[in-house]
Design a protein. Sequence first.
Lengths: 88, 472
Amino acid sequence: MDKKIKIVVCCGTTCHLMGSSEILINKEEIESQFKDQVVISGSPCLGKCKEFAAAQAPYLLINDELICQANLDKVIDKIHQILAKTEE
Amino acid sequence: MFQINNAVLLRRDLKVRIADILLNNKDLTELNKLPVMMTPKKSDNSIRCCTYKERAVTRSAALAIFGVDFADDDEIKTIKEYAEERLESGVVSPDVLTVLNEGCSACSKNTYFVTNACRGCVARPCMMNCPAKAITMQQGRAVIDPDKCISCGKCLAACPFHAITYVPVPCQEACPVDAITKDEDGIAQIDFDKCILCGKCMVACPFGAIFEKSQMPLVISKIKQQKKVVAMVAPAIAGQFMVDYGKIITGLLKLGFSEVAEVAYGAIVTGQHETAEWIEMNEEGKAILTSSCCPAYVNYVEKHLPEKREFVSHTLSPMRYTSEEIKRRDPDALTVFIGPCVAKKAEALTDNNTDYVLSFEEIGVMLAAKDIQLMELEVSEPSLVGDGPARNFAVTQGVAEAIKLNIPAGCNFNPEIINGIDKKSMFKIKAFMDGKFKTNFMEVMACEGGCIAGPNSITNPKIGAAFLKKSL
């Protein structure tokens, strides 16, 4: 596989308050778990909290797909899904 | 003590909505809609048994955020009416914690429990070993009588099938001083004669039923009245938002605080006084002195070891020296301590110079409600400045290290560190005060890791410590 899965975690104030740093703190672990097929980066506010609601935070993008109420489990599930698809 | 879980997120969501209504001048009638807005009909948001229960808990949580005690709720007045009443009186509630009876799951008090794995064996070591004769066989299976059980755990250790499990009541298990009892309905009750306000129960409750009575609405109303409101930030704040310290200060100014003072300013004074006290004791003979800046620890000594009060340093906390200086410069300024601590709220009630206390969580909430993005801000300077060792008070060992720097050469300063108050460390504290240790100073922090891991911190202490270090 040549194209890496790109994860952008919103680090805006609302997302930070709702726990986005818990995903970033595990950045290296996730990246090495998937043998560098995944790149995780933080981003300034993506503006999604104004579009939707604070309750849906934290937000993140996986290959441009929006994930609401993101947590580690959701992120890892999604990575597995994408990897399974590309292997087909 | 730091945790991110659903109960915490629901609380923050509610606080953001309330801060949004207050800060952005929305009609207070919106407050009455919150329970339904947070759990609309047919929503999949309902985690508790039903939508209606969820709404009832939201209502009582909203009242706690306005500083109303659950016991004082007549259930007839609306959230808006309570809010107006509280904002008008402006009085800070004397008790700091409240249990939302609606939210409390009345966790079963029989902590040892026989599971389906029990095979009703012939040996029956559980029955044989139970010193309270609390176990009987019913329909071929062991059953523990909760009224007789003394929670010794012998049955659990004896069962060859590992069929007995330990199910604690989380708030009671977290409380280091046994301050939580249950009423006749099994609802948790906090005994404030014993409670040291460490906040561990609030973090531990999986139902989010233990709430701090917030002063956030009062502070917001003072800011909106254009009063001079001074933020006093505890040093642990440097690690809370994953941005440079100076940007956090700009963020607070943008929220409407007229200036931001570092509590580390007061920590410098605390460090000097505590050192002087130690040197004096050391010259008189063997020093037995413990730190005094952790208010939960001071509560612990005052409520549980009153005869040992003399061994706690008489030096005031950094908050008090800081608020004193602010009031000296401008007696009309209103001072707001901002920290990760529950016990500070009670300490502030006894400090005439500190008017309000907010938590890091509430500052995060206010910034979110105002949509202030810290990352995009310039840096600003605080009005009262601390130094590196003083900022390091926020991390375990920090106080002892700061004192060590002040101690003249030739003195044998030998500190003992208590990193978190629990049953085990309480024995150590007592033994130290009884003179049984070779060490001659004891730093005590009720939270494991220090203030950066306090009950109201919003960032993982690992990240918090790294950012704090950058500010030193």
